[in-house]
Write a protein that binds this ligand. Structure first.
Ligand code: SF4
Length: 331
């Protein structure tokens, strides 16, 4: 066993993109024999992180449903009438802070808040700024996912105490308009630029299992890895098929393809936190363990991810982490 497998290095800081990843290079990684790919990813993970530590986040939908965007995977879109999800108003700030305290007591160091908007209006920024400040005062990292931002909004969120802004690239650039018709990849990139310029950290990932090809998955990972600097956090989501959405009958993704996606994300973004995100309820513990071996080092805790189920039992994650000898990373 080589020395780097035994001696994890100190907690890393984000770094500029070390190389430009061509899509074909990323596909070559995907095409490696499975165990070679996992070994390579695990080695990269150990060179850059303590492999026994997992960053724990919690995600809350603070304004649910009625979104004007038409993301095919999302039950919160107002376009998908068959879902039957009611449009709600903004949650009360005290209720949000109470949820953040519960998450913190369960080991979460970061509290992520989502609102189902195309983008916030100026008065929405005022509202979420108060919420962000209240959550930040608990001593947690804060993350927001509020959609497309206008000039100056990212700066306002930063001033309120926001640490991370989540804005996913969703899928491969060439497949984007198969999944979403109400915005373009360029809109996403524009907001990501504003977020970086404001000095916020970026959480940016995508979803697999949306009937995409391996080449599409490679293109998504290449897009993420070529962001410069690379995102500090990359959530890899497996589609949760919700009845009434256009993707309710998508084909199941083989578990090895999901693990491969995690592994390739780890290799191409060595110092990024790779989050095993949506879809964990459908994954046996053994597959989740394989994802950790392949370089995933962040999870969401709690019973819901926005509006779809997460691991159900309150202590399900702590049992899994204990079995694997993993512990929560402290903020
Ligand atoms: S993913 Fe976000 S932007 Fe898309 S429909 Fe759902 S809430 Fe709206």
């Amino acid at each position: 066993m080589t020395e780097h497998l035994l001696k994890p290095q100190a907690k890393p800081t984000p770094h500029p993109t070390a190389q430009y990843w061509r899509k074909c290079q990323v596909e070559e990684l995907f095409n490696l024999p499975f165990l070679d790919l996992i070994f390579q990813a695990a080695s990269v993970h150990r060179q850059n992180f303590d492999p026994q530590k997992v960053q724990i986040s919690a995600l809350l939908s603070i304004k649910t449903g009625g979104c004007p965007e038409d993301c095919a995977y999302c039950p919160q879109s107002a376009h998908h009438k068959g879902v039957g999800l009611a449009k709600e108003t903004m949650m009360d700030i005290d209720e949000i802070v109470a949820k953040a305290k519960i998450a913190q007591s369960r080991g979460a160091s970061r509290f992520c808040m989502g609102a189902a908007w195309r983008g916030p209006k100026p008065k929405d920024i005022e509202t979420v700024s108060k919420i962000i400040s209240a959550v930040k005062a608990l001593g947690m990292e804060t993350c927001g996912t509020f959609g497309l931002l206008e000039d100056g909004m990212a700066e306002d969120l930063k001033a309120a105490g926001l640490d991370y802004y989540n804005h996913n690239l969703d899928t491969a650039p060439d497949k984007y308009n198969d999944i979403i018709h109400t915005r373009q990849v360029a809109d996403r990139m524009d907001t990501l630029g504003k977020v970086r310029d404001a000095g916020l950290k970026i959480c940016c990932g995508g979803i697999v299992g949306m009937d995409e090809s391996r080449a599409d998955r490679a293109a998504l990972i290449a897009s993420l890895a070529n962001l410069d600097p690379q995102p500090e956090s990359v959530p890899i989501n497996q589609l949760v098929k919700v009845k009434g959405t256009p993707l309710e009958n998508a084909h199941d993704l083989d578990w090895t393809e999901f693990v491969r996606t995690v592994a390739v994300a780890r290799i191409t973004m060595p110092r990024t936190y790779v989050r095993l995100s949506a879809g964990r309820t459908q994954m046996p513990e053994s597959v989740q363990a394989m994802c950790f071996l392949a370089g995933a080092n962040s999870i969401f805790v709690g019973d819901k991810l926005l509006v779809t189920p997460n691991n159900k039992e309150e202590n399900e994650d702590s049992v899994l982490l204990a079995k694997l000898g993993l512990t929560a990373e402290e903020y």
